[in-house]
Write a protein that binds this ligand. Sequence first.
Ligand code: F6R
Length: 618
Amino acid sequence: MCGITGYIGYDEAAPLLIRALKKLEYRGYDSAGVAIIDNGKIFVRKKKGQIKLLDESLSASTLSGNTGIGHTRWATHGEPSDINSHPHIDAEGRIAIVHNGIIENYVKLKQWLQSRGIVFRSDTDTEVIVHIINYFYRTSQGALLDAVMETLKLLTGSYALAIVSADYPDRIIAARKNCPLITGLGKTGAFIASDVPALLEHTRDLVFLNDGEIAVLYRDHIELRSSEGEVLKRETTHIDWDVESAEKGGYPHFMLKEIFEQSKAMSDALSPRLKMGGPEAAGANKVIDFDEVKLDERWIMARRIVITACGTAYHAGIIGKYAFEHLARIPVEVDIASEYRYRSPIFDKKDIVIVISQSGETADTIAAMRLAKQNGACVFAITNAPGSTLSREADIVMYTYAGPEIAVASTKAFTTQVMCIYLLAIELGRLRKHISGDAYRRYIAALSEIPKQARQILDKKESIQRFAARQFNKTKMFFMGRQFDYPVSMESALKLKEISYTHSEAFAAGELKHGPIALVDSSTLVVTFATQNALFEKIASNIREVTSRGAASLVITWEDVDSFDTVSEAIFTLPKTEDCLSPLLAVIPAQLFAYYCAIQRGNDPDKPRNLAKSVTVE
Ligand code: F6R
């Protein structure tokens, strides 16, 4: 999705804006631009393509000035082009804006503006905003803030906006509705951006705007206002992430770095929640002890858990279904947030609703959360983003502590989400008396081993790399598994298609004969997850069914299992853990496989085509 930034201060704005835009690159974009105010005039430079083209253009002929806004565009209305790139300016060249989001009523507004003689330069929805601001600016005797507030009242849809005016070089006005916007005061001035990494080198004390709020940035202070213009007070949120953790740190890509960070990230998600002592059931051993969550009567008596999320986070939710049902014997319904929000779901006061989102800013997940809250549900959020909309609006928040995830394809966010789910499921299993003291201790001991076991898998990355080098040009790649292996198959297929652009699908292995097998031939690779001991024979016959039709095969199973030796030409083994915890480990070779296939195909895994990191619009 688009990224926006702005700076007003004592330093040259252009290089700071470019640095911030580079930190927002991961969101996905097809063009970039800046507007700088200099000597009472606005100068705009924008380029289709990578930020480096904009940077080169600015190096060749710089724009000077201490106030500016910048943008990375992810095209929604109008093709990627210089003209459609942001910033957009009004007809008189006195106001410039950048926008993330979609203005749903732009056609009507455009017609109205055109009837007043305004000529549009671009095909974007955004351009209407700047012309309307100009209209109100002219009719409100030059009060820019009033003009912005009047304009916002006319807009439906979503926006994060940053606005500068040549008449007000001493300020930037920013506003948000359903798109993230964060501001902070650094040593040399005030900054605004769509996401935390763009601000971290200047300050870690940030103000997260709420929907409907407006920020007015001056070089030495920031004013927060309501949509009606009242001045608001807001505590800053301190962000612990260091700057380095948002850098590549010697890895060729963020994705590989983040795959390798999983051992630490899972340990960070786990360790603060495992403490000595506690309930009788666990004796004097480590027990799960959440600071942030109290699994009270409501959880113990819950009739049902409802989980909703998008993409990879949805797959974590499906693992949640298997985990809560298996470990705590509580029925779980999982739904894709974009379906949930529109299908008029049935609410029960005795439900717990869990929303999962790495960014905490996914439009559909936020809408699903709001719907659940409106219907009286207690919403529990699992997120990686302190200060995000989800973290502020949910009733209870559990952080994944994955650290910043920059690569578009989610890896460590997923495994830490799954780790949080297991902690909840195991503890709930104990409280609902489904798990015995012995089993509880066994699961906790197994979870404690996971970070080390993840490292052991990562140490074998070359074998996956070699396998990818042999198989990357297969035209179809399928993933299959049963029980806990099924959502891992779904996640693996998603990862592969996102970055290698290979046609990939996931099947519950038992479904193979009900249709998918028609697709299997010698141009197919089938990756099978086989970690559910009770189902080894069944999955072995599924593998025979595909190899006998010419498919290449890789089986991902436990060490010391020989059930697949004669069935599959390639086997990757995982250090043994409890069968029901297998997703935490089994997904790692699949992430590596997707990464190496993307590299073999010459793709940039950090910037997959057509994809954005944070999907802040529907
Ligand atoms: C896939 C991926 C996406 C996200 C989805 C939800 O690699 O990253 O499928 O999982 O867009 O994003 P969040 O978790 O931020 O709500």
